[in-house]
Write a protein that binds this ligand. Structure first.
Ligand code: PEP
Ligand code: MN
Length: 358
C-alpha cells in the first residue's frame, strides 16, 4: 500500500500517519521527494482497509499494490469508480439510471404498449428535462423467464426478444433482459444493451463468464441466499473475462418475512458495497418488496443509500400480467415513481454537495 501525501505536508503530520500504520501492525518507509512525499506501507495489507488514512488531512490518496481477494471489482481508493456506458449515458455517473418496464414480455401488443409507455416517461423526465437527475432510462423486459413452476408461462424467448429489441431501439431506448442459458448468450448479446443474470443463476459461473465474454454490460443480481462475498466472487468472474462493465444489483435476500416483503430488502448492503466496490450499484424494489405498494418507498430508501440505478417493474396493464402481477406498477404509478426518484436523487446530490464541503 502506498500513501501519497499532499504538497507541503509537515514532518509532524507524517509522523502521525506513520504512527497509524504502526498501530495497524504494519511497517512503513517514508520516501521524501522534492515537493511531495510518500509512505510505503509494508506487511500483509490484503485485509487492511485504506479508509483510516483518509482521516488525515495531509493524505492525498492511498494506492493498493497487494492484490485483494475481489480485486477486480474492489476499489483501489475512495474515488475509484468505474462508469458503465449504456447508449449515450453512463451508469454510475452520479445521476440515477432507471431500468423500468414489464417483468416479462408477453405478446406483441403488450410489448408495443409497454415501449410506448416507457418512451413517454423517458421523453417527459429525461429528454425534455435538461436538469433531470435521471441520467437515462433503460427498458427492462424478460424474454427468458426463470419460473418456479414449469407449467406457468415461460416467456416469449427469441421471438419476443427480437420484437422487443427492434421496437425499443426504434425509439432510441436501450434494453436490459435476462439470459438464463450459456447457449443463448450470443443471441441475447445480439439484441440486448445490458445482459441480466437473475438471482437463480447468481452462481452459475459458466453462464456468468460467458455473459462477461461478450463485453456487453452485465447486470448481475445477487443470489437470494448469497453473502456479499459470494456476490463479489460471482462479479469477479465477469471481470476475469476482461469485462469491467458490471452493474451489481441488490434485489432482496431470503429472510423470515414471507408475510410482508417477498425478499428481505438488502438496502444496508448498498452502503457497504458502495464503500467496497468500484462498479455501479443497482437495487430492485419490485422483486424485493414483491408488492406495488412498497416500490416507491423502497426506491426512495435505495436512492438515499446512494444507489446508481433502480430496476422496477412497470406494466401497461398489471392486473392481467402473466408474471408477478402484484408487484408491477401501473402506468400512472410508473410516471409518479419516475418523478419521485428524480426528486429524491436531486435531494441526495444536493445534500452530498452541501455536506462534503464541511
Ligand atoms: C427479473 O428481474 O425479472 C427477475 C426474475 O428478477 P430476480 O432474478 O431478481 O428474481
Ligand atoms: Mn419478476
Amino acid at each position: 500500500m502506498i500513501i501519497s501525501l499532499k504538497k507541503g505536508t509537515k514532518r509532524r503530520e507524517i509522523s502521525e500517519v506513520v504512527r497509524k500504520v504502526e498501530e495497524e501492525g504494519l511497517k512503513s518507509e517514508v520516501k521524501a521527494g522534492k515537493t511531495k512525499s510518500i509512505i510505503h506501507v509494508i506487511g500483509d495489507t490484503a485485509k487492511k482497509s485504506e479508509e483510516p488514512y483518509y482521516a488525515f488531512n495531509c493524505v492525498e490518496g492511498v494506492l493498493r499494490v497487494t492484490p485483494r481477494k475481489y480485486r477486480r471489482v474492489s476499489k483501489n481508493n475512495q474515488d475509484d469508480k468505474y462508469l458503465v456506458k449504456v447508449d449515450n449515458f453512463y451508469v454510475g455517473s452520479g445521476k440515477l439510471t432507471l431500468m423500468i418496464g414489464p417483468c416479462a414480455l408477453e405478446g406483441e401488443e403488450q410489448i408495443k404498449d409497454s415501449v410506448g409507455l416507457i418512451n413517454k416517461i423517458k421523453r417527459t423526465y429525461v429528454d425534455n428535462k435538461p436538469r433531470s437527475n435521471i441520467a437515462g432510462i433503460v427498458m427492462r423486459g424478460g424474454a427468458f423467464k426463470p419460473r418456479t413452476d414449469p407449467n406457468s408461462f415461460q416467456g416469449m424467448k427469441k421471438e419476443g426478444l427480437k420484437y422487443f429489441a427492434d421496437m425499443a431501439h426504434s425509439y432510441g431506448i436501450p434494453i436490459v433482459t435476462e439470459v438464463m442459458d450459456t447457449r443463448d448468450v450470443g443471441l441475447v448479446a445480439t439484441y440486448a444493451d445490458i445482459l441480466q443474470i437473475g438471482t437463480r443463476n447468481a452462481q452459475n459461473f459458466n453462464l456468468i463468464e460467458e455473459a462477461g465474454k461478450t463485453g456487453k454490460p452485465v447486470l448481475l443480481k445477487r443470489g437470494m441466499g448469497n453473502s456479499l462475498n459470494e456476490f463479489l466472487g460471482a462479479a469477479n468472474y465477469i471481470a476475469k473475462s476482461g469485462n469491467e462493465n458490471i452493474i451489481l444489483c441488490l434485489r432482496g435476500v431470503k429472510g423470515m418475512q414471507d408475510e410482508v416483503y417477498r425478499f428481505n430488502p438488502d438496502l444496508v448492503d448498498a452502503i457497504e458495497l458502495s464503500q467496497r466496490v468500484r462498479t455501479p450499484i443497482a437495487f430492485d424494489p419490485s422483486h424485493s418488496g414483491g408488492d406495488k405498494k412498497y416500490v416507491s418507498d423502497l426506491g426512495r430508501l435505495a436512492v438515499m443509500a446512494g444507489v446508481d440505478a433502480l430496476l422496477a417493474d412497470v406494466h401497461p396493464y398489471p392486473e392481467i400480467a402473466l408474471v408477478d402481477p402484484k408487484q408491477q406498477l401501473t402506468p400512472q404509478m410508473g410516471r409518479k415513481f419516475t418523478k419521485e426518484m428524480n426528486f429524491y436523487k436531486g435531494a441526495y446530490l444536493k445534500g452530498q454537495k452541501q455536506f462534503n464541503k464541511l
